[in-house]
Write a protein that binds this ligand. Structure first.
Ligand code: NAD
Length: 544
């Protein structure tokens, strides 16, 4: 019997544990790291609730310790992609018919399992597989993922309550149906939480999903899948597979029941997806929803009245935490001449204190970049500085070493050219470029900043002068989807700073907010008239 309206109250953000020396959580996390390192995990695909293993095996190694083998996964073939789509479509009817309170409870239970029983295993998997330190793993794979699950359940129960007006004589109502087909979730390497959110947000709305994570995030993605299964997710609702990007795309975009893609990753990949979907548009049963959060070239603009220490802390954390591999990471800074020398001196001194190394040593602040491809690409940007004809120089860092893991020192480039390549292109590594401007020119420099890159994801301004803060906030209205005043441009929290950018940075559907969930719903409006008219005539066309 279902005769009540079920509501899920607004949750509180999951508290962030400190992992300070002597704390219980530090001990538990170290034990989880040791346990995972002692195993060679054999990671299957999950299709229709079954563990599936293909013919080929691929190795998983920590980016910071490439001599160590963590385990294996099984790259998916075309057949696995087709099977995953079929499994999703077979599960569709019964999942869409499952009552809201039971659907919601599965995700609330997953959040609870993650907050308790599996917190350390999940964080340890993220640390080892993606080379994050304990704190970066805690805010990602524990807190943010728990928040995504709990807040989305709450937001969806708010949506379901929204109903149209019903004047006397009729009843108008709105049903929030899932989409007619399957959703493809394609997720990036850098956040376990995004990996978990992209398939679960549509699934929560009653959709069925094919989930393809980045190969470099499979290690932690599989732990989350185990949690979803333990939480009671029915077979086929989310199918986790490991094909190459182009293969999954080619098969999914050609399918008549392709209903949408939930993507986070680079701008180039998203644009190629959109083109393929456009080319196939006449094949589909319905217009697919295309949701993508993509790259950034995030700025810090320092006004002549800024606090030097606040800027230095904002740059040190904003540009270098998780080795700059956050879409929101500060990667270009504009410094006024009156403060530039002091900021640079203090920043260089701070960066010299950041220890770099493996994740199991908690005194390391910096770990490795994700893989050899990323290492080579970041190294090339650093090496090219030598060929810049004096337009740029390395202020600190710059050393790259891949002998034991993919280590790149926190690097600051200083340029005299505001359109130097590292001021414009996304590098996705621990590289910050600084441009110094004439103190009196701060208003003109805002225009330079706004026109320098195609992206508009995050950005921060630092100032004490309130009039300047208001002026900059207005002048930079289109340059960032997440705009920070006197704070670093990273670290958005679910429910507090809904996240996403515009221009080339994505469709700005704000993951982890109510706006994102609307994209996975196809409302049906129902009007019932209690006493129906019995002839077609109106008064206006009657003769006088
Ligand atoms: P990526 O674009 O290389 O990969 C993302 C996903 O797309 C992976 O699963 C990958 O296998 C898949 N893929 C690659 N080629 C594909 C193709 N042709 N068709 C379909 N799928 C394909 O990105 P990444 O290196 O994993 O992540 C880093 C990028 O993600 C950066 O550009 C970063 O700015 C962006 N990012 C954005 C946000 C945001 O919220 N805006 C958040 C995190 C990361």
């Amino acid at each position: 019997m279902n005769n009540a309206y079920f509501d899920f109250a607004e949750p509180k953000n999951e508290p962030v544990l400190s992992y300070a020396p002597g704390s219980a959580e530090r001990k538990a996390l170290m034990a989880a790291l040791a346990e995972l390192k002692s195993q060679k995990r054999d990671i299957p695909m999950y299709i229709d609730g079954e563990e599936v293993r293909g013919d080929k095996k691929a190795e998983i190694r920590p980016p910071h310790e490439t001599g160590h083998l963590l385990g294996y996964y099984y790259p998916s073939s075309d057949e696995h992609v087709h099977n995953a789509i079929d499994a999703a479509l077979n599960a569709r009817e019964s999942w869409a018919a499952t009552s809201w309170e039971h659907r919601a409870s599965i995700f609330m239970k997953a959040a609870e399992l993650l907050a308790t029983k599996y917190r350390y295993r999940m964080n340890a998997a993220t640390m080892l597989g993606q080379s994050k330190n304990a704190f970066q793993a805690e805010i990602d794979s524990a807190c943010e993922l728990i928040d995504f699950l709990r807040f989305n359940v709450h937001f969806l129960s708010q949506i379901y309550k929204q109903q149209p007006l019903s004047p006397q004589g009729m009843d108008n109502r709105m049903e929030y149906r899932p989409l007619e087909g399957f959703v493809l979730a394609v997720t990036p390497f850098n956040f376990t939480a995004i990996g978990g959110n992209l398939p679960t947000a549509p699934a929560m709305c009653g959709n069925v999903v094919v989930w393809k994570p980045a190969n470099t995030q499979i290690y932690s993605a599989s732990v989350f899948m185990e949690i979803l299964i333990e939480a009671g997710l029915p077979n086929g609702v989310i199918n986790l597979i490991y094909p190459s990007g182009p293969v999954v795309g080619e098969i999914c975009y050609a399918h008549p029941y392709f209903a949408g893609v939930h993507f986070t990753g680079s701008t180039g990949v998203f644009q190629s997806m959109w083109k393929s979907i456009g080319n196939n548009i006449s094949r589909y049963k319905s217009y697919p929803r295309i949701v993508g959060e993509t790259g950034g070239k995030d700025f810090v603009f320092v006004h002549p009245t800024a606090s030097v220490d606040a800027v230095v802390a904002g740059l040190a954390r904003g540009a270098f935490e998780y080795q700059g591999q956050k879409c929101s990471a500060a990667s270009r800074a504009y410094l006024p001449a009156n403060l530039a020398d002091e900021i640079k001196k203090k920043l260089v001194a701070e960066l010299a204190t950041m220890k770099m190394g493996i994740v199991d040593d908690f005194t390391n602040f910096i770990n490795a970049v994700i893989d050899e491809k990323a290492f080579n690409s970041i190294e090339a940007y650093i090496k090219n500085v030598a060929d810049s004809n004096g337009a740029a120089k390395i202020l600190c860092g710059g050393k790259c070493d891949k002998s034991k893991g993919y280590f790149i020192e926190p690097t600051v480039i200083e340029t005299t050219d505001p359109s130097y390549v590292t001021m414009c292109e996304e590098i996705f590594g621990p590289v910050l470029t600084i441009y110094n401007y004439e103190t009196d020119n701060w208003i003109q420099e805002l225009e330079v900043l706004d026109n320098t890159s195609p992206y508009a994801l995050t950005g921060a301004i630092f100032a004490r002068d309130r009039n300047a803060i208001e002026f900059m906030t207005k002048a930079l209205v289109n340059s960032a989807g997440n705009f920070y005043i006197n704070d670093k441009p990273t670290g958005a929290v679910v429910g507090q700073q809904p996240f996403g950018g515009a221009r080339a940075s994505g469709t700005n559907d704000k993951a982890g907010s109510v706006l994102n969930l609307y994209r996975w719903l196809s409302p049906r409006t129902i009007k019932e008239t209690y006493v129906s008219p019995e002839n077609y005539r109106y008064p206006f066309h009657q003769a006088d």
